[in-house]
Structures are given as C-alpha cells and as structure tokens.
Design a binder for this molecule. Structure first.
Ligand SMILES: Nc1ncnc2c1ncn2[C@@H]1O[C@H](COP(=O)(O)OP(=O)(O)OP(=O)(O)O)[C@@H](O)[C@H]1O
Ligand SMILES: CC(C)(CO)[C@@H](O)C(=O)NCCC(=O)O
Ligand SMILES: [K+]
Length: 250
C-alpha cells in the first residue's frame, strides 16, 4: 500500500489567497486565508502540514523562484496551473492563455461530478459566469464587477452615495439610500445571473446553476432558481487537476 498522499492547494485571488491541504482527495478544513503575496505563510503550511505536492493558481502574483526552489529542494512536486498540466475538458475560449486560472479550476472542479450543462458562478472580487455543456466542453463565460467592487465604485464615482457594507436585503426594492445601494449592488448580481441563466436555459435545457466564491453566502438566499453550492470549488478543481497528473506521471 502506498502512504497517503497530501497536497497543498493554493488559490491566489485579487482579494486574498486561499489555501488548503488535501489528504487522499479529502480537503482538510478550515481553508486558510492569507494576504495575496504572503508566500511565507504558504511556506509555513508546506512545512507544518507535511505535504508532498503543491499546486497554485493565480490571477495576481506568483511565488518568486526563491520559494519554488526551496520547496523543490525539500522534495516537493511544485505545479502551477499553466500549459504543462493537462486539463480535463475541451474549450472554445479563444485565448486559453489569458483565461483566468481560477476559471479553469472551477470548470475542472465540476468535471466528473456533474453530468448536465452548468453555469458556474464564482462570486469574488469579480463575478465570473462560466458555461460548460453536458459533455464537459467549456463554451465561454462572462466577467462582471463583484459585490464589493459595485458598492465601492458607486461611492467613489458619485458625490452623494455613501460606502455601505454588504448585508441582509429585506425586500426587492429599497426605501432608503442604504437599502437601495444594497439591493442594487448585492441583489443586482443575483438578478444578472438569473437573467443569463434564463436565456441560456432555452438552449441548454438541463442547465444547473453552480455557485462558489467568497461572496456566495451573501447571494445564496436570494435566488429563485435551484442552486448547487460548492464552497471552495477553485481549490477542489485544482486538487483534481493535480491528483490526476501525479497519479499518472509520478
Ligand atoms: N475572510 C474574508 N476576507 C476577505 N473577504 C472575504 C472573507 N470572507 C468572505 N469574503 C468576501 O469574499 C469576497 C472575495 O471573494 P474571493 O475570496 O472568492 O475572491 P478572490 O478569489 O480574492 O477574488 P478573485 O475574484 O479575484 O479571484 C470579498 O469581496 C468579501 O466580501
Ligand atoms: C476575472 C478574474 C479577475 C476573476 O478572478 C480572473 O479570472 C482573471 O483575471 N481573468 C483573466 C481574464 C480572463 O479570464 O479571460
Ligand atoms: K475567484
């Protein structure tokens, strides 16, 4: 019997870096959240968790060679989500080189888990909506501003709009400035997704909505359609890509 294999999986986003260890495919909770760029915190996890492989996806900064050399010297397999790792899906995206690595990871994370068409929404700094057909072909997707970005930009680009916190929306329409901003900024994302979902449903009759990302819990209560909620889908997808590769090649 081989000893359990443990991976460290790291998702570098624009608002923060999320990292978790996986032992034999099982995610060890809780997910760590550190400032993006804090590779020394990630290095601490490498040391403390006794991992054999590390994979990172990034839409912001990459670890310097000092870190990757250190991990390789310690005997780790070090992988980034670039062209070297085979992806478990075909794609229609014209520029795979610029497709966000977090988007690649969420698409990969649904392969093998789902057998219907799906619209995968990752609600983070930006909201990405990515469409995959029932045969796991990636058809493309959209990028729009995230909840925090909407609220902040309405404040920054006007004279009279305050900066408000995200929160609980109590009605469909607001009866104060604060409520109006909250409903527009937060519920507006839900309406946008439901609108796109409804249009796509006419072509993809078995379409399922999948929701992930740091702001998913803020949005989840307001959908009028069925939502499959996958917290940490980026991390799941990364681990899937890494495990498939390592099992075949190492
Ligand atoms: N502990 C936390 N720290 C920071 N933001 C958090 C936290 N928990 C939830 N959030 C929410 O998550 C959002 C960011 O989501 P997420 O972490 O998925 O984004 P990201 O991956 O950094 O961004 P990107 O879209 O660039 O990948 C923030 O707007 C915030 O509202
Ligand atoms: C859209 C974001 C910022 C979402 O995190 C990220 O996936 C990204 O930087 N993408 C690059 C552009 C693209 O996906 O085509
Ligand atoms: K993200």
């Amino acid at each position: 019997m081989s000893s359990p294999s443990r991976n460290l999986v790291v998702d570098v986003g624009n608002s923060g870096t999320k990292a978790a260890a996986f032992t034999d495919g099982e995610m060890m909770l809780p997910v760590a959240r550190v400032k993006s760029g804090d590779w020394s915190a990630i290095d601490g996890m490498v040391t403390n968790l006794g991992v054999q492989n590390i994979i990172y996806s990034t839409v912001a900064n990459v670890p310097s060679q000092r870190w990757t050399d250190k991990w390789k010297k310690a005997g780790l397999g070090v992988y980034s989500l670039d062209r070297t790792l085979p992806l478990p899906f075909q794609s229609d995206y014209q520029t795979m080189d610029t497709l966000g690595q977090d988007r690649i990871a969420v698409v990969a994370g649904t392969v093998g888990r789902m057998h219907t068409a799906r619209l995968i929404v990752d609600a983070g700094s930006c909201v990405t909506s990515d469409l995959v057909d029932r045969n796991d072909r990636y058809l493309g997707g959209n990028i729009s501003p995230g909840v925090t970005m909407r609220l902040r930009s309405m404040h920054e680009h006007t004279a009279r709009l305050p900066l408000i916190e995200t929160g609980t929306a109590t009605d469909l329409v607001g009866r104060s400035t604060g409520q109006a901003l909250l409903h527009g900024g937060q519920l507006g994302v839900v309406y946008e997704i439901e609108g796109l979902f409804g249009r796509l449903l006419t072509v993809h009759r078995d379409l399922q909505l999948v929701l992930t990302g740091g702001d998913a819990p803020l949005l989840l209560p307001y959908f009028s359609i069925d939502v499959l909620s996958y917290p940490n889908l980026v991390l799941l997808g990364l681990n899937q890509i890494l495990s498939t590769y390592v099992n075949k090649h190492v």
